[in-house]
Design a protein around this ligand. Structure first.
Ligand SMILES: NC(=O)c1ccc[n+]([C@@H]2O[C@H](COP(=O)([O-])OP(=O)(O)OC[C@H]3O[C@@H](n4cnc5c(N)ncnc54)[C@H](O)[C@@H]3O)[C@@H](O)[C@H]2O)c1
Length: 360
């Protein structure tokens, strides 16, 4: 059966048939995808694939009914497989993603989509030409807290956004193939693009390779936007404890977002108002320090929501153009930040445009 016939059959029969899926890459992150898929009643986990046989053996005990292979071709040659989810290292994403799409499989690639914007664009173009789903694992876009803050910004509740400062630090895991900019940066870059709806006009990054020569493990990335908003993102694998904290300072309200905390979002009715001086040098500042509100958020696992969206896209034959644009622009930001890092913090100019506001 051709991919198009399979798709027509799937669409025609609505939700009746289980989707047959494969997960490739069973290192740190892949098992999370497996767990989320294994919990679904509308999916059959058909293959698990890892180039490292010992990883397969370890996980096989928990999923005895699933086929195992170290060779991706076995998965791609199986006509029953509808979709492949890749959780392999960044440098493999383009090659493996391309092979999956060329084999007619809907494809989910862990973040970032590829190791350069040229390669990311190639995958996106291929998915559009083939009519297959392509999704990149920007899990934070499915976080109830990130979505709630996006709504606050879009509704103008924070007023004019002055600046944004984010820390995403922990101890490890050092990646072998990419710097901290490519590993942790995509989380903040995707969140920023989703919240702000456009690319920055400039980006600068400084950092250092404290432990492994040539691979930066700490980076400070500064992004400037056409509105005047400035964002600073601290990324590090070298911190004594895990912290994922973002502060947003707006003219009306301020927000502290701490991922993993019981009160993930705190909205502060705080700020400073400036009154024009009546005489030279006599300007007035009035400080506001009002209520602090922590909104109730639904308890939903972002990864489960994202996987559900991927599967829904396959069944409904709906592709999100803005999601793919955002995915490509995350790679553009990582690429520009890395270029700046390599050039001692040089300012890199970007186009400042985009329409990422409605991603999901
Ligand atoms: N969304 C998130 O929050 C999140 C969190 C962590 C990691 N990730 C992403 O997940 C991906 C994997 O990261 P990780 O930390 O799990 O890496 P990892 O090194 O722990 O695991 C990667 C696995 O892929 C396997 N592999 C490599 N090449 C292969 C090939 N050609 N065929 C089959 N298997 C192959 C390796 O043997 C290894 O088991 C990365 O893209 C990373 O950015 C996402």
């Amino acid at each position: 059966m051709t991919q198009r016939q399979k798709r027509d059959e799937l669409l025609g029969r609505g939700w009746q048939r289980n989707l047959e899926v494969a997960v490739v890459g069973l290192g740190y992150w892949g098992p999370n995808l497996i767990r989320v898929l294994a919990e679904r009643l509308d999916v059959r986990l058909r293959w698990l694939c890892d180039a490292d046989a010992s990883r397969l053996a370890r996980i096989a005990r928990r999923y005895p009914a699933v086929r195992l292979t170290t060779d991706l071709d076995q998965v791609l040659d199986d006509p029953e497989v509808d979709a492949v989810l890749l959780a392999t290292p960044v440098f493999t994403h383009h090659e493996l993603g391309r092979r999956c799409l060329e084999a007619g499989k809907h494809t989910y690639v862990e973040k970032p989509l590829a190791s350069s914007s040229e390669l990311a664009t190639d995958l996106i173009d291929l998915s559009r030409e083939s009519g297959l789903q392509l999704m990149c694992g920007h899990t934070f876009l499915y976080s109830p807290a990130v979505r709630a803050i996006g709504d606050l910004i879009r509704e103008g509740r924070l007023g004019e956004l002055y600046f944004l400062s984010s820390s995403r630090v922990n101890l490890g895991l050092h990646q072998r193939d990419v710097s901290v900019v490519w590993d942790l940066g995509p989380h903040d870059f995707s969140i920023l693009l989703h919240w702000l709806g456009c690319m920055p006009t400039t980006i600068r990054a400084t950092g250092r390779d404290s432990i492994v020569p040539g691979i930066a493990d700490v980076a400070f990335v500064t992004l400037e936007f056409a509105s005047g908003l400035i964002a600073n993102v601290e990324l590090s694998w070298l911190a004594p404890s895990k912290l994922r904290r973002t502060v947003i300072a707006g003219s009306r309200q301020m927000v502290v977002y701490e991922d993993g905390s019981t009160e993930a979002i705190k909205i502060f009715d705080s700020g400073v108002d400036y009154r024009d001086p009546e005489t030279f040098g006599e300007y007035q500042l009035s400080y506001r320090s009002g209520d602090i509100v922590s909104p109730h958020l639904p308890v939903e696992e972002p990864l489960a929501l994202q996987v559900e969206d991927f599967l829904r896209g396959i069944r409904s034959d709906r592709r999100s153009t803005s999601q793919l644009d955002l995915t490509r622009d995350v790679v553009r930001l990582a690429e520009a930040a890395e270029a700046s890092l390599q050039d001692g913090g040089a300012q890199i100019l970007l186009d400042g445009v985009g329409a990422h506001g409605r991603v999901v």
